[in-house]
Design a protein. Structure first.
Length: 199
């Protein structure tokens, strides 16, 4: 059991090179705004604080085209080594704000909502769990709550991996069922994925 999280940060992971997409997908226009802007706005509209946006590849260009609002940028100079480095960079920054937990949001999930992010925090407080994962259409998906009880393990991760293997070893992981009417958890890896989003 983990204590109910008092202060919870948002970490928006947006440092990847987008090789499968063929160009910097996070700047691809969606409804008149860069793809990444949608995830940042959802985090800003939630109760999460601070909101940290981890940038790596094309960081200067992305930062110049984002409207950050209350979010702040965390630079990951080691982004080419994989997602684990971005997780570590975000958690290191969140630790300085003395948070109890973080919600990991993918920068290429443009249809995540503030209500979903707040719902994840409520679920963690209710379950007193080390993590909360979303489940949509029978499949686990980010966003994910990670309690600070997991931070030491996450800081040992290396390569292009997230926290999935850590969570698979634990029995104290709660889930939150997310209907498509609440939020869509599609992540955008190719131009075709973008085309399939509802207009």
């Amino acid at each position: 059991m983990s204590a109910p999280a008092a202060r919870v940060a948002a970490i928006v992971l947006a440092a990847g090179e987008a090789r499968r997409y063929g160009s910097q997908k996070l700047l691809t226009p969606l409804r008149g705004r860069p793809l990444l802007q949608h995830a940042v706005e959802a985090a800003n509209a939630s109760s999460l604080s601070p909101v940290l946006v981890v940038l790596g590849a094309d960081a200067d260009e992305i930062a110049s085209r984002l409207v950050l609002g209350r979010a702040r940028v965390v630079r990951n100079p080691d982004f080419a080594s994989g997602q684990a480095s971005s997780l570590r960079a975000g958690i290191a920054a969140a630790r300085r704000d003395d948070v109890s937990a973080v919600v990991i949001v993918l920068g290429d999930q443009p249809l995540v909502t503030a209500a979903l992010l707040d719902g994840l925090v409520s679920r963690q407080r209710e379950a007193a769990s080390a993590a909360v994962v979303c489940v949509q259409d029978g499949r686990r998906s980010p966003p994910t709550v990670l309690h600070r009880d997991l931070f030491a393990e996450i800081e040992k991760l290396r390569g292009d991996v997230g926290a999935r293997e850590i969570l698979a070893r634990r029995s104290d992981v709660a889930s939150l069922e997310v209907g498509r009417e609440q939020a869509r958890l599609d992540d955008i890896d190719t131009p075709g994925d973008l085309d399939r989003l509802p207009s």
